[in-house]
Each structure stands twice: as structure tokens, then as C-alpha cells.
Design a protein around this ligand. Structure first.
Ligand SMILES: CNc1ncnc2c1ncn2[C@@H]1O[C@H](COP(=O)(O)O)[C@@H](O)[C@H]1O
Length: 352
């Protein structure tokens, strides 16, 4: 690798990368949502949902927590409320990841039942797993490994519903479910009700990742200590964290899923990219994965997150390769997967 050449977008695209914090419904491109919408509109001219390309105009990325969560319920979930649309959207998200140079993807989703269209949680999950299997069966896609994390929505999920989701995750491990996540609107819900279900997930060998301190409201010490007491393997966002909690995270060497564009555009942090806490965590001894969170909203694929790390934090080509290499330590996939990714990075270094 020519280490003195400046970092450019073709370098960050070609760099083998992992993506471990991407919400399926938030990762669907506007064009793909538009195509789903157009099909529904052609079938039913009275279909009451507006065109996603108008509701989410090109270039719009300023979704704050006040507007963000509504777009799922009012638009995306209305479009992906049948299994064909869900499969179409999933396939498109996988293709875009592969084309961006992602070589290992843990996609996450809340397995949602849709009573209005008679879809059960099991059918929802089965459709996604079948789509992943179909994607993987194409030899042209062999460079991308895909796994799934099942997420629990903290504002809308009772303890018994969370148990159902964890049981689904356990029974689908063989098909590529590798972990569980706690997500959803950080201003809602009591996280302590999930203690037992997360212990159950861990006892069955699933990885545990938690949205952590995304907002001041979800950055209260009691909540953070409760979340850490669930013994997570990884944390997402880690924004509003008191110093002693940061020290504990470092002591445990937890994997950090950092989403720069999301945090800046959604105003989850104060200031711009230079103020992002990647600047703090990169000097600590925790593996970091630069992730997109919801590329459909924030329009910054993983390769661009690496570009931002170069632009705003001065990482050169070697720094970016090392960042990607260290992120491999935090995947929920097997040692074989880690080996595959490390070899890809070695090969990249010798050829780029
Ligand atoms: C600021 N970032 C975020 N913080 C917290 N939760 C988020 C999120 N982005 C997405 N989700 C969660 O993921 C769901 C959409 O994907 P799925 O329908 O499950 O595939 C959203 O409804 C929300 O609960």
C-alpha cells in the first residue's frame, strides 16, 4: 500500500470494512422506497402514502429525534408492510453494502408483527433470513458475509414480548442470528425490565449490544449502570457518558459502534464532526466500528464514515486500515470470520 498517498473516496470504498450498527428499515435508500411506493400506487391508486422521494427529498439529512422516529411509523413501515416489499428492501440494502466495500455486515431489525396485514413476527424474520440466504447464494456476493441482530424497541416492548424476540433469536442462530440489541426512542421506556431476557440471550451464546447514552435523558447514571450490569459486549453511540462510566467501558474493552453522520445530523452531539466523540474514543483501548446507523436518512455509507475520519481527525491510509483491522475484534461472528477479514485486510494492504 502506498501509505503517503492521500485518502480519497476510492480508497475508503475499496478498504474492506465491517458494518455492525445498521437498522434495516433506516438503511433502505430513498430510491428503493420510491420503487416500493410506485408498485403499491400502481396496484392501488388510492394508496394514501406520499412518494418517499418527495417526503424525503434528495439531500435532506437533518432528521432530529423529534422527526426521525415518526418517519418509520408514518412512511417506511407503511411501505414495507408486506413480505414482498420487505424482501425487496432487504435485498437492496445488502447490495448497497456490498457495493460500498462492506465485507462483513450485522444488520439489525425489530421483528415486527403487522396485525393489519396479518404478518407474524416469525414470518417477518423468516422473510429477512430467506432473503439473506438468497443473496448469499449468488457467487457474485461471496465477499460479503451477512448476519442478523434482533432488536428490542425500548419504548414499545413489554418484557414478555422481549422474551419472544430473544427466543426467536435463539431458535434462529443456525440461520445467522448472532445477537440482540436494545434500541428505540431513547427518551422512552424503562430498560431495567429487560435484565432477565438479556441474561437469557447471553446464556444461549448470543452477542449483546445496547444503545447507550444517545441523549442526555438516556445518559442518566442509573440507566447506564443498569445497562452495564447486563454485561453487554458492545455499545452503540456512547455519547452522554460520565467520566467514571467511560473508565469502566475502557476497563472492559467494550466494542464501540460510533455513528458520526447520524450523531451530527440528528444533533445528538453539540457541534460538528470535529466535536464528535470519535476524537475521544480513538485514543482509548476499545475497538471502534464506524457505522451508518440509518444510511437511508443520513446518506453517508460506511466508506464515507471512513472518509470523515480521515478529513476531520487526520487519519491516513495506515490509520484507516488499522481502525478497520481493530474493529474486526468486536464482531459477533466466528473466529473463522475474523480470520477471513484479517486476511482480506492484509491482501488489501499489499495490493492497494
Ligand atoms: C438515532 N438512531 C437510533 N436510535 C435508536 N433506535 C433507532 C435508531 N435508528 C433506528 N432505530 C430503531 O430501529 C427501527 C428501524 O429499524 P427496523 O424497523 O427495526 O428494521 C426504528 O423504529 C427504531 O426503533
Amino acid at each position: 500500500m502506498d501509505t503517503v498517498k492521500p485518502v480519497d473516496s476510492s480508497f475508503t470504498k475499496a478498504l474492506p470494512k465491517i458494518e455492525v450498527h445498521a437498522h434495516l428499515s433506516g438503511s433502505i435508500s430513498r430510491q428503493c422506497l420510491h420503487e416500493i411506493w410506485a408498485r403499491k400506487k400502481a396496484k392501488d391508486p388510492n394508496f394514501a402514502i406520499g412518494d418517499p422521494l418527495i417526503l424525503m427529498p434528495p439531500g435532506k439529512v437533518d432528521y432530529t429525534l423529534q422527526t426521525f422516529f415518526q418517519v418509520f411509523s408514518k412512511l417506511i413501515y407503511q411501505l414495507c408492510d408486506d413480505l414482498d416489499s420487505l424482501a425487496y428492501a432487504t435485498y437492496s440494502v445488502l447490495e448497497e453494502s456490498l457495493n460500498d466495500g462492506v465485507r462483513y455486515l450485522e444488520l439489525r431489525t425489530i421483528p415486527r408483527a403487522s396485525p393489519s396485514t396479518n404478518i407474524t413476527r416469525e414470518e417477518y424474520l423468516n422473510t429477512i433470513l430467506t432473503t439473506i440466504e438468497k443473496f448469499k447464494s449468488n457467487p457474485r456476493h461471496k465477499d460479503l458475509s451477512v448476519f442478523l441482530i434482533l432488536a428490542i424497541d425500548r419504548g414499545n416492548t413489554s418484557e414478555s414480548e422481549a422474551k419472544e424476540i430473544v427466543d426467536l433469536a435463539i431458535s434462529n442462530k443456525e440461520r445467522g442470528v448472532v445477537g440482540v440489541d436494545l434500541c428505540g426512542n431513547p427518551t422512552q421506556g424503562d430498560v431495567t425490565i429487560y435484565r432477565g431476557v438479556f441474561a437469557h440471550a447471553k446464556a444461549h451464546g448470543l452477542g449483546l449490544t445496547l444503545h447507550f447514552a444517545e441523549t442526555p435523558a438516556s445518559g442518566r447514571r442509573e440507566e447506564l449502570l443498569a445497562l452495564l450490569s447486563f454485561l453487554p459486549d458492545r455499545l452503540g453511540h456512547v455519547i452522554h457518558v460520565p467520566d467514571d462510566v467511560k473508565e469502566e467501558i475502557v476497563r472492559r474493552g467494550l466494542g464501540l459502534e460510533l455513528c458520526m453522520s447520524c450523531n451530527v445530523h440528528a444533533k445528538l452531539i453539540e457541534g460538528g464532526f470535529l466535536d464528535h466523540h470519535f476524537g475521544y474514543w480513538r485514543h482509548e483501548d476499545c475497538p471502534i466500528a464506524l457505522c451508518t446507523d440509518d444510511v437511508g436518512f443520513f446518506c453517508s455509507p460506511v466508506s464515507n464514515e471512513y472518509m470523515l475520519a480521515a478529513e476531520h481527525f487526520g487519519l491516513d491510509r495506515t490509520g484507516l486500515v488499522n481502525l478497520s483491522r481493530k474493529s474486526v475484534d468486536m464482531i459477533f461472528g466466528s473466529e473463522l470470520e475474523k480470520e477471513r477479514l484479517r486476511n482480506m485486510l492484509l491482501e488489501f494492504e499489499s495490493s492497494a
